[in-house]
Ligand binder design. Sequence first.
Ligand SMILES: [Zn+2]
Length: 659
Amino acid sequence: MLIIGITGGSGSGKTTALSALADLGAYTIDCDAVYHSLLVKSEDMRAELETEFPGVVHNGIVDRKDLGRRVFQDSAALKKLNAVTHRYVEREVDRLLKQAAQDGFFSAGVDAVELFEGGLGGRCDTTVAVTSPETGRLRRIAVRDGITEESALLRIRAQKPDAYYTARCTYTLVNDCDTTDAFYERCRLFFADLIKGGKPMTREELFYSPKNSSDRLDAAEKAVSDAYSEGYKNYLDCAKTEREAVSSAIALAELQGFRPFERGMTPKAGDKLYRCVRGKALLLAVMGSRPLSEGVNIAAAHVDAPRLDLKQNPLYEDAEMAFFKTHYYGGIRKYQWVTIPLALHGVVVLADGKTVEIRIGEDETDPIFMITDLLPHLAADQNKKTLAEAIPGENLNVLLGSTPDPEDKGEDRVKLAVLKLLHEKYGIREEDFLSAELEVVPAGKARDAGIDRSLIAAYGHDDRVCAYAELKAILETENPTKTAVCILADKEEIGSEGVSGMQSEAFESFLYDLCASQNTPLTHCLERSFCISADVCNAFDPNYPEVSERRNNAKINYGLCVVKFTGSRGKSGSNDASAEVVGKIRTLFAEHGVLWQMGELGKVDQGGGGTVAMYMAKRNIDTIDAGVPVLSMHAPWELVAKLDCYMCYKGMKALYQSE
Ligand SMILES: [Zn+2]
């Protein structure tokens, strides 16, 4: 049972407060009334009073007027009287509270002027001071007791000031209301909130039972979510490689007033800045009104995705067909990459240092590329192999052409014809492939999936789905309290190595330069910063339930998925965010209406994976993973739910608004 102590000077409104509490179903005790009843009921108390104040009891009745006269302006006598009465009143209050608990009350209110003078205050779970401006108290006492306001004033002056009560109580209820009804309503609302914890919880309140976001959003917000998804699909179509993801992001950022951050600049609050890391990673910041020494809010996603890279000496001819040899990048399942339309994206640095950009296979009129596979009629031996072995890495050769050069009489005439075409269009010779970064990715645009259009099918959701959410959130961030930082990193799929990966010091360098403009040591900024490592997680797939543990696996449409730890086996290689960090995220997301869930990658010992979280934590930044659940992760075409994409964006916005 929750016991609430109520105290304050006379005429403040304690009785109104107590009656509001009683109307909410609490058991209430007015200690003044208890005292008066004890004067009549308790022979023991009367006997003690007679011992202390001889002659005060006549025929078994305490002469209260006489008693009052004897203690008036005699503090020693008053102390003696209180010692007796407090003890009896407390004992009686104890008895009443025990009885109330037995009777099934969930909360009780104890109203006492001298709550803290005896031991009553210590018995209460929480205490409330009722205070009121003097004019209101005068009026109420005069009306209640039928005395003049002058006499009421003398009485108030003889009591303790409001500050005495507010200093000792957990809460203060101020009665500056014009009417008793208005104060009653204030008390009712206050106590309704306070006694919630004392009531038995319903099963709905006790169980953690997440719901489908679709059942939790109204039509208006679903429309916002759909509009967001259109923007995301457009971004995906322009961002098939990390370089394209970065250049598209810069174009969008510049439209919103972001400008390159140069060393030596002194940015002001509200300034929007970016730094491009070798064309393959991007750092953006919106300067906050608080200094960098108080830390920054960081969201970090990656813009690289699993794919097939061309080998450095890729072009060859076999059986009068020309091919590119490839070397896969990131965790792919090789069998998924055969017999699907492919596109070629990337850059070639020519001998003269000039860079040529290549993008073939995305326009409807472009040719696409393919990797062949066996016909089933001859696949008897291949069929016996495991999925991992059936398509060896060295078989992922991209078919380029089949027409021999009509003029040439030598060998490899198909290869020659291909080179002639490449030279004609891009000025490339075979040697130029040595200094090229050409990526083979699935061809085609992001599409709505499902008859209800609730999903998006696309290449590279991992992790552009979080990257775009962060980007859109920071582009919409104006004048944040803390500086907002958005990281679009490269190389996550191969361990965040390399100069454009999250293990590179490009990030420190950027933040160091920002801190230098405020004479703040970088370490001081980092240790007070907060980071969401925004990366995708696996969505529960009912076709493969055996790899997941249902209670702890993310589900599509259940919102942004927070992942406390990643890694494998006994959480090795994991950031494992602290309970405090998860608690912070809970509060933040609740405040901003972000629908979210908690997820873990599959069953224990089933596999594992990592994100950039551990590299952010290594920098002494509180970090937690959160991202969008994905079906068929790392497949050429991955699936996400639109509502989850939108919640990811809302989560990133909340982060940038947090203080
Ligand atoms: Zn990945």
